[in-house]
Structures are given as structure tokens and as C-alpha cells.
Design a protein around this ligand. Structure first.
Ligand code: ASP
Length: 337
């Protein structure tokens, strides 16, 4: 009786999986055909992650002749809604995601995530590394890092720190910096859907401080729309024409402070190996595209070389990043549900 009852269900399940299998097999044969490949970005349009994704989409389009790429912004919850969506998308090569260090930091920060960062994705490879800058609204009276830190202390409780949600790079940077200067309570954190809207609020003076990738801050610093105070790399950015005169936080006494944001490309778990290989090969070509390199370099990003575009290497790297970030986040005692 029981087995009879189960029969239709079991056959239905086989039917569904055969359908999925044949849909994927069909997609594989003519991949990508004229169906657009969507690159999901877990933050707002116009911000650093979005910029990397849009530049990459253009370079990937050249690397896969005939392919079309679209970029879809799925912001929210510190960049965790996007990966949740990707983990549930069809593993057919038409859904990809550009994410950053947040894929590692949220693994520690969030007690409950709807996806497993190391299990639910195919790692296609790393894209670039980007330093961060500590910046303030243009109306701040401080012009040097020292004056800035003194100003923060003198105005404890009155200032706002903008970030892109718990788990974002700007949040992580703010957390690390405030705990390094022992001023955890000095500022009220204001979350945005990404650092593009946060930057607008900073330029307008509605928030006071932010830490963000150079890919978003460079033109604003250059245009005098925000003030820069320090960089998050261990040493000054000597090769960066615009930022080379700003001190590193390590130089300012924060021993061991070292935060560089990296970006990577991901697909849902189960995307066929032929397709992930095709995408990985295309990624390697795209990262050598002269226009892509020029744009990234101009924004202070360092595009990685082939050995880091390796899926297995990138996954190993993310696993190591999770372990590296664990004590930092635990020390700051900030978790989210
Ligand atoms: N830079 C942002 C972050 O802080 C995200 C973004 O808007 O790209 O993670």
C-alpha cells in the first residue's frame, strides 16, 4: 500500500529531474546561444561591486563571441540576499554572480545564512583586489588622519558611519577600524543598499564617515567631493598617483591593520563542468582585456593573474579568508541573524 502510494511521487520526481537534466544538457550543447547570461550583483547599482561586474560583463562579452550579458542588482541584508537567490537559481550557466570578501565575512558574521558559501556555488575564479580608503564628508574640519581621529573622539555619539549593510566590505572596515582605535561606540552605523547611495549621502553631508573601495572613492576624492584620510593596506599606495600621499592605518599606529577587498565570479552549484570550464576560460581572457585592465587600474584595482583565476585556488582562498576573518569579527563581537 505504502509503496503504491509512493510510486506516483517517485515517478514525478524522476520526471522533474529528467526534465532538469535534459534542459541543462540542451543548454550545454548550444551554450550560450542567444540567451543572455545574467550577472547578479548583491549591492546597489553604481557602487564598486556593480562597477566591477559591469566592466567584467563587457570584457566577457568580447571573450565569448556572440554572448550577451546583463547585470542585475539584487541588494539587501549586507549582500546576503543576492547569494541566496543565486544558490537557488538553475545551474545552467545563465545565472552568475560577482561578489566580494562579503562571501567570506558573512559566513562568520551571520548566525543563520540561507546558503552555504563553500558548498552552494561553483567557484569560477577571482577577479581583482581593491584597497579601501577611509573618507569623510567634505564639511569635516579635519584634513589629516590625526585630526580626523581626534575629531571622532571629541564628537563621540554624534557621528554617523555609513556602510552597505552588515557583512559588507564597508561594514567590515568600519568595524575593524573602530575596534582598532577603541572607539566602538563613537559612531552610529547607518546601513545602505550599497556604497553608491551611501556615497551620495556622504557627499550631501547626511552621514559623516565611510570606508570604501577605491573603485568608488577615487573620482570623488579627486573631485574634492569627499575628504580622504587613510588607506587600509599595510603600506601607502605608492603607485597610485592620487592616493600615494595618504597614510596607511598601520602607519597611524594600528598594528597589523590590513584590509584589501577582492572580487570573484560564481555560479550555482551543479552548473555543468563544460560550462564552468568555458566561463573560467572566458574569465581568464576577459581579465587580460586591455580596456578592462585600464579601467580597473585607473580605479586603483589590481586585476589578478591566471593562477588566481583558478576555481580550486579561489575556493581554497575563500576558505582561508573565512578563517582569517573569524577572530577579527569575533573580537569585535558583532553578529547578525
Ligand atoms: N562597497 C560596498 C561594500 O561595502 C558594496 C557595494 O556597493 O559595492 O561592500
Amino acid at each position: 500500500m505504502l509503496s503504491n502510494l509512493f510510486k506516483p511521487v517517485a515517478w514525478a520526481a524522476v520526471g522533474v529531474s529528467m526534465l532538469t537534466f535534459s534542459a541543462v544538457a540542451q543548454a550545454q550543447a548550444g551554450y550560450p546561444g542567444n540567451k543572455p547570461i545574467s550577472i547578479l550583483v548583491p549591492f546597489a547599482a553604481g557602487g564598486p561591486t556593480d562597477r566591477v561586474a559591469r566592466d567584467l560583463a563587457e570584457a566577457m562579452r568580447k571573450a565569448i563571441p556572440g554572448a550577451t550579458f546583463t547585470v542585475e542588482n539584487v541588494p539587501g541584508a549586507g549582500g546576503t540576499i543576492g547569494p541566496t537567490r543565486l544558490a537557488r537559481a538553475a545551474p545552467d550557466g545563465y545565472s552568475l554572480m560577482v561578489h566580494h570578501i562579503g562571501i567570506a565575512s558573512t559566513a562568520v558574521l551571520y548566525r543563520k545564512l540561507q546558503y552555504k558559501p563553500l558548498e552552494d556555488f561553483e567557484y569560477l575564479g577571482m577577479i581583482n583586489e581593491v584597497p579601501m580608503t577611509l573618507i569623510g564628508k567634505p564639511q569635516l574640519p579635519a584634513n589629516t588622519y590625526r585630526d580626523f581621529e581626534n575629531y571622532i573622539r571629541a564628537n563621540a555619539g554624534k557621528l554617523n558611519l555609513a556602510h552597505a549593510g552588515i557583512g559588507s566590505a564597508s561594514h567590515l572596515c568600519g568595524l575593524m577600524w573602530q575596534s582598532a582605535i577603541k572607539a566602538n561606540e563613537a559612531m552610529t552605523a547607518i546601513p545602505f543598499n550599497g556604497t553608491a547611495p551611501a556615497m551620495t549621502a556622504l557627499i550631501g553631508g547626511q552621514v559623516d564617515v565611510m570606508c570604501d573601495q577605491t573603485t568608488n572613492t577615487t573620482s570623488q576624492i579627486e573631485g574634492g567631493r569627499v575628504k580622504a584620510f587613510a588607506v587600509t593596506t599595510p603600506k601607502r599606495l605608492e603607485n597610485n598617483r592620487l592616493l600615494r600621499d595618504y597614510p596607511s592605518l598601520q602607519e597611524m599606529g594600528m598594528r597589523g591593520f590590513n584590509l584589501t577587498i577582492w572580487h570573484g565570479l560564481y555560479a550555482p552549484k551543479g552548473t555543468p563542468a563544460e560550462i564552468t570550464k568555458r566561463l573560467n576560460d572566458a574569465l581568464k581572457v576577459a581579465l587580460k582585456d586591455p580596456e578592462f585592465l585600464k579601467r580597473q587600474e585607473g580605479l586603483g584595482a589590481i586585476v589578478v593573474t591566471d593562477n588566481r583565476v583558478n576555481p580550486a585556488e579561489h575556493k581554497k582562498f575563500v576558505a582561508a579568508e573565512i578563517e582569517k576573518l573569524r577572530p577579527v569579527i569575533e573580537a569585535a563581537k558583532q553578529f547578525a541573524d
